[in-house]
Ligand binder design. Structure first.
Ligand code: ADE
Length: 244
């Protein structure tokens, strides 16, 4: 998968992209990221990329010309792939949205900054608007990295264990249960006996129950739309009985 990022702050990307799984994904040829500095397409003497808003008010607004020029130069006119604007006004990113976007071989990401971006960019260049949560950051750079991270780990071959992405919290519609590793006893806190029993079917059932329990405690909204089996329902009922 290839990402073309359009930003005024290209220097923030390498440290995250050059570490861990994203780094390996690039080495293995699963991921390609090109970072483009919008300022390079600002053709006036001072390379201005933002100006005060028409109508007054505070803050600066990103100008349309350098953004259009950058995106069209790199991706053609009209652009050959979706052009995603990272904005708190966008559609909320969740695992389903990440799954859908990860099917594209190429995405362009525009990281907005300052008070905002000229509306004509939204109307005539951008095809999708994505928010990573109901809070406002100083720019779209971190959201772009969040999106790249969430999508890259879904590309087949990126995670060592092909089951890993399928088992994630949210992938199945449930939150994951607890994980343990060595030592078996840490400060007197022991790993649950069942996980050391070697009894795979029982371990699977235990994990499922833990996931159900955690989801019902933390995200009952997710459980409401989850297809529960009879066994799941029985387990959840047994939890509720204990509460009474
Ligand atoms: N830019 C600023 N805040 C943002 C958010 N929450 N999501 C996406 N882009 C943003």
């Amino acid at each position: 998968m290839r990402f073309d990022i359009f930003t005024l702050f290209p220097e923030v990307f390498p440290s995250y992209l050059d570490a861990s799984i994203l780094h390996r994904a690039q080495e293995m040829g699963h991921l390609q990221v090109e970072v483009h500095n919008i300022r390079d397409w600002a053709k006036d003497k001072h390379q201005v990329t933002d100006e005060p808003p028409y109508g007054g008010g505070g803050g600066m607004v990103m100008k349309p010309e350098p953004i259009f020029a950058a995106v069209e130069d790199i991706l053609g006119q009209p652009p050959e792939c979706p052009v995603v604007l990272m904005t708190p006004q966008g559609e909320l990113l969740d695992q389903d949205k990440a799954d859908n976007l990860s099917k594209y071989p190429r995405l362009a990401l525009i990281a907005g900054h300052y008070e905002g971006i000229d509306e004509r960019v939204r109307e005539h260049l951008v095809t999708d608007e994505i928010s990573i949560g109901d809070y406002v950051l100083t720019g779209g750079e971190l959201p772009a990295l969040v999106l790249i991270d969430a999508l890259t780990r879904l590309i087949p071959g990126v995670l060592g264990d092909p089951q890993a992405a399928a088992n994630d919290s949210h992938a199945s519609g449930l939150l994951e249960g607890p994980h343990y590793t060595r030592p078996e006893d840490f400060r007197g806190w022991k790993v649950p006996e069942i996980l050391r029993s070697g009894h795979h079917a029982r371990i699977e059932r235990w994990r499922r129950n833990q996931a159900l329990r955690r989801t019902s405690e933390r995200r009952p909204d997710l459980l409401a739309s989850f297809p529960l089996t009879d066994e799941d329902q029985k387990y959840l009922d047994s939890l509720n009985e204990k509460d009474v």
